[in-house]
Design a protein around this ligand. Structure first.
Ligand SMILES: [Zn+2]
Length: 448
């Protein structure tokens, strides 16, 4: 048993009690102090930040409160990629000499070019430590046997499994194995915990059943840590997986551009505790202003300690909501309530921002519809044309043109967008088993 564990004792509730239960004012004070130091480090070490701060007319000395961070420029995935290509191999957002970098996590992202997420030895150690803290909050203990069944290189990476090791659990670095082999390992080593994606947890459980294994009876897995898809925070999805496995499901949120996991569910399963001592969060509306607590906006992240490549106001493109209400577990860190979608899902039609969920809210108001719909966007003579295809409820025999007109009017007043409406018979639109495809954007097709 390591020295850390000898001090900790396995019955202890918190990994770092003073930190995890401090007041919100103490969290803010800790973040402000770290942020000041981190901005100075970024400006001194990174040519990119020096230029970006100068262009925005701000410097580290302008930060007096956490709110002052809003005066600093944001950056996005495209900038990460462009700076990396401009100054290979790691780019000039990096703020330490390359000899201090010991680990790179490569993520492909949507741009197709792998972007490197570099770590110093100290950064890497911080990551392992708070990964252990998050696992502890989800109930993982030294007696557990943990199987890591996510891709170890390109995805959130190896250090997550090292967090389980630091905590003292017996850890199996499984990676992505064929499911039959993974089930064999789970049986042979009597794994009690697994890390995977929600859809794979479901698939693996079903595969076990097909092989005549009942996960609830024939396997010992009692905790499933899931990440990479929204399912782990959707109660209905989580409960189905829990029933299949006879195990608890804990959702984690991560971003390889920063750390592997940034937040994880405690045993209360009520939101994901954010690693606020390492990463500051903002939730912003389209104008860049903070939304009220609990409301949805884009998640913008700022590292507080990661020395290799500070990320100052990184736009994640994830639409999220947060709460700072204390959790029933006693921890006081802010909780991520859910990732509600991607900014990428947003359509811009005739200059207006439109989410499929905006249309859905109007569709569901009409009893004459069965809830299924699709948005088709085309460009006709250089102008956007939006058509909403919507299925009527079974047995609908009313005034179809009148219904289409009322729906178009309701949509226009709710979203500001005018649309053509095409009513369809029930069961006309293609059904998806996993994720419904609500948008058919044909505008890009013009360019191949
Ligand atoms: Zn909690």
């Amino acid at each position: 048993m390591s020295a850390v564990l000898a001090q900790l004792g396995t019955e202890r509730r918190f990994w770092a009690p003073a930190l995890e239960t401090q007041s919100r004012a103490d969290w803010d004070a800790l973040k402000l102090e770290r942020l000041r130091r981190h901005l100075r480090h970024a400006a001194e070490g990174s040519p990119y930040y020096r230029a970006a701060f100068a262009a925005a007319g701000v410097g580290p000395e302008d930060l007096r409160t956490l709110d002052d961070l809003r005066r600093f420029p944001t950056l996005d995935k495209r900038t990460l990629r462009d700076r990396q290509l401009a100054v290979p191999p790691l780019g000039d957002i990096v703020a330490v000499p390359e000899r201090d970098v010991v680990y790179v996590c490569a993520s492909s992202g949507s741009t197709g070019v792998p972007t490197a997420s570099p770590f110093t030895a100290e950064d890497f150690d911080d990551w392992i430590d708070y990964e252990a803290r998050q696992f502890w909050s989800s109930g993982l203990r030294p007696e557990d046997r943990y199987g890591h069944a996510l891709n170890l290189s390109l995805f959130v990476g190896g250090p997550c499994v090292l967090g389980a090791q630091r905590l003292g659990a017996l850890s199996v670095h499984a990676g992505t194995l064929p499911s039959e082999r993974l089930l064999q390992i789970a049986q042979q080593f009597r794994l009690t915990a697994l890390w995977t994606t929600p859809s794979y947890a479901w698939y693996l459980g079903e595969t076990a059943l097909k092989q005549g294994l009942d996960p609830r009876r024939d396997l010992q897995v009692r905790r499933l840590f899931v990440a990479g898809e929204p399912g782990g925070s959707i109660p209905q999805t989580r409960q189905r997986i829990e029933a299949l496995w006879g195990a608890k499901v804990y959702d984690y949120y991560g971003l390889s551009d920063i750390f592997g996991s940034c937040a994880g569910m405690c045993e209360q399963q009520d939101g994901l505790h954010w690693a606020e001592d390492h990463i500051h969060w903002e939730v912003l509306d389209a104008a860049g202003e903070p939304v009220r607590e609990g409301e949805r906006g884009e998640l913008v992240l700022t590292t507080l300690t990661k020395r290799a490549r500070p990320m100052i106001r990184f736009r994640t493109g994830d639409i999220v909501s947060f709460t700072t209400e204390p959790c029933r577990c006693g921890r006081t860190s802010a909780r991520l309530l859910g990732v509600h979608g991607r900014l990428d899902d947003m359509l811009i039609v005739k200059g207006v921002n439109l989410f499929p969920s905006d249309v859905e809210a109007v569709v569901r108001r009409f009893a004459e519809f069965n809830g299924e719909y699709r948005l088709v966007v085309e460009r006709v003579q250089h102008l956007d044309r939006l058509t909403v295809e919507v299925e009527t409820a079974p047995g609908f025999v009313g005034d179809a043109p009148g219904l289409a007109g009322r729906f178009a009017h309701a949509l226009k007043s709710a979203s500001g967008v005018s649309a053509e409406v095409r009513l369809l018979a029930p069961e006309t639109l293609p059904r998806a088993t996993h994720k419904a495809r609500r948008v058919d954007d044909r505008r890009g097709a013009l360019w191949g």
